[in-house]
Write a protein that binds this ligand. Structure first.
Ligand code: NAP
Length: 248
């Protein structure tokens, strides 16, 4: 197994892509902290599934857009499993609308949930990772929107592009400590986040995806597991697009 004995924290792991990442990391031998915001029952279901397959996991509630709450999550994860080897910043949300009609609150919630949360959790995990002198892996989930833009997503695309700049900078700060910082940028994946898209828009997206289909959450999880493993030891500051080619 790729991640035997490692400890991973996955933010927003109660549903969708985060859930698939938590399950994949656990199947590769990692002990996993399944973070959630409000879906306690769903998070407990993820944990129960992992445990039933012989893995180790615990659900921890925290609103990672809140600085103190993200700090408390990292401390609770270290209390639970002794250390953190892998942090996956996956929690995210959308408030899609054209800029002409976008409200300030819609800008703020997307920026705090998607981007400030990454700062919060990285800020909390970096010092313990550096002090431990065992290296580490930080993997931040961006989006194809943050690379090529998308009408109706100025807030979302800005937050996801921000994650890329943040990660490339942090990779340069932490390289000497053997802590890698990488980004996975998914394309269209069927989850609650994308379930509200009108059918005709979904059909339109297919015309622009070279591989001709939407991706699956587990296909994002495979890239994350690779970046979290020793096989990716010489990769840092990279953006891996898992998008069927739509962002190229
Ligand atoms: P999703 O199904 O809506 O799930 C979102 C997850 O984030 C849930 O577990 C939710 O927890 C958690 N979350 C939201 N706000 C949070 C907060 N403040 N603190 C802690 N957890 C929070 O979304 P998804 O499609 O799986 O997306 C996961 C990530 O992939 C996001 O960063 C998204 O931007 C990115 N992405 C998705 C797609 C796509 O097509 N789906 C494409 C590109 C990028 P609760 O269940 O407790 O609310």
């Amino acid at each position: 197994m790729l991640l035997e004995g490692k400890v991973a924290v996955v933010t927003g792991a109660s549903r969708g892509i985060g859930r698939a990442i938590a399950e994949e990391l656990a199947s590769e031998g990692a002990k996993v902290v399944v973070n959630y915001h409000s879906s306690a029952a769903a998070a407990e279901e993820v944990v129960a599934g992992i445990v039933s397959r012989g893995g180790t996991a615990v659900a921890l509630q925290a609103d990672v857009s809140d600085f103190a709450a993200a700090d408390a999550l990292i401390k609770a994860a270290i209390d639970a499993y002794g250390a953190i080897d892998i942090l996956v910043n996956n929690a995210g949300t959308t408030r899609d609308t054209l800029l002409l009609s976008m409200k300030e609150e819609e800008w703020d919630i997307v920026m705090t949930t998607n981007l400030k949360s990454v700062f919060n959790a990285c800020k909390a995990v970096t010092r313990p990772m550096v002090r431990r002198k065992q290296g580490g892996r930080i993997i931040n989930i961006s989006s194809v929107s943050g690379i090529v833009g998308q009408p109706g997503q100025t807030n979302y695309a800005a937050s996801k592009a921000g994650i890329i700049g943040f990660s490339k900078s942090l990779a340069k700060e932490l390289g000497s400590r053997n802590i890698t910082v990488n980004v996975v940028a998914p394309g269209f994946i069927p989850t609650d986040l994308t379930s509200g898209l009108p059918d005709d828009l979904v059909k339109q997206t297919l015309a622009f995806i070279p591989l001709g289909r939407w991706g699956e959450a587990r296909e994002i999880a495979h890239a994350v597991a690779f970046l979290a493993s020793d096989k990716a030891a010489y990769i840092t500051g990279a953006v891996i697009q898992v998008d069927g080619g739509i962002g190229t």
